[in-house]
Write a protein that binds this ligand. Structure first.
Ligand SMILES: [Zn+2]
Ligand SMILES: [Zn+2]
Length: 231
């Protein structure tokens, strides 16, 4: 009997080698057609082209007044999407086996709408966070996106100041340090970030890149956590 079950399992592994990261049904792709369809329909929420917060306007009220240094933000999902718990499992629990599913969603839902960039840079995270986890989820996501989009990745250009702490640091102060010898003239840069809640950190990052001549800075956000107000 045990032998029979093992044989059935190996046949299943061959015919249906993976299971959907959302509903766990065994099938061929990392996300099944039904779950993908529900993700696509949620992606139709109108949003601001600059900060990707839900908005009925091309540019939301906040971006019209704040004038962030980044030029555009693209997000794969919002935090009410079923991709949010997947991102949390990757980010908090190191479930890197779910990354192919996240990339599959990016390829199917987000990528067709994005203009190309010359280089991808992961948004640096606080050193204590990387040490706690033993990895940087943003770097891992960027590595996968770099292969998927055939775009080089640069992760040594910009770093965070050692004293930076996400809870205590002043959002108005720029916490980034950029290599002095860099020349980013004419480069279109995609900044990869797992989730985006506030614009400040990405604003400072874009400002730092533009201080070295970057031409265009867009944020590539896996999950956008919108501001409370609906602009
Ligand atoms: Zn599914
Ligand atoms: Zn906006």
């Amino acid at each position: 009997m045990v032998l029979f079950i093992k044989k059935v399992a190996s046949v299943l592994d061959y015919l249906l080698p993976t299971s959907c990261i959302i509903c766990s049904i065994r099938q061929l792709d990392p996300i099944c057609a039904r779950c993908l369809h529900s993700l696509v329909s949620l992606c139709k929420t109108p949003r601001c082209v600059i900060c990707a917060t839900p908005s009925h306007h091309w540019v939301c009220k906040s971006c019209r007044t704040a004038r962030w240094k980044f030029d555009a933000s693209y997000c794969l999902a919002f935090n009410h999407s079923r991709l949010w718990p997947i991102l949390m499992k990757i980010d908090r629990h190191g479930a890197l086996r779910l990354l192919p599913g996240l990339m599959f969603a990016w390829e199917k839902i987000a990528r067709p709408h994005f203009p190309p960039v010359d280089v991808l840079i992961p948004l640096p995270e606080a050193a204590q966070l990387t040490t706690q986890r033993g990895f940087s989820s943003t770097q891992e996501i960027t590595r996968k996106l770099s292969v998927l989009c055939k775009t080089p990745m640069a992760n040594q250009w910009v770093s965070l100041q050692k004293a930076y702490c996400p809870q205590q640091s002043n959002p108005i102060q720029n916490p980034f340090l950029i290599r002095a010898d860099l020349n980013l003239s004419h480069l279109r840069i995609g900044v990869v970030v797992g989730h985006m809640e506030s614009e400040y950190l990405l604003h400072h990052f874009a400002k730092t890149l533009k201080s070295k001549g970057a031409l265009w800075v867009s944020n590539w956000v896996m999950v956008r956590i919108p501001r409370k107000e609906f602009n």
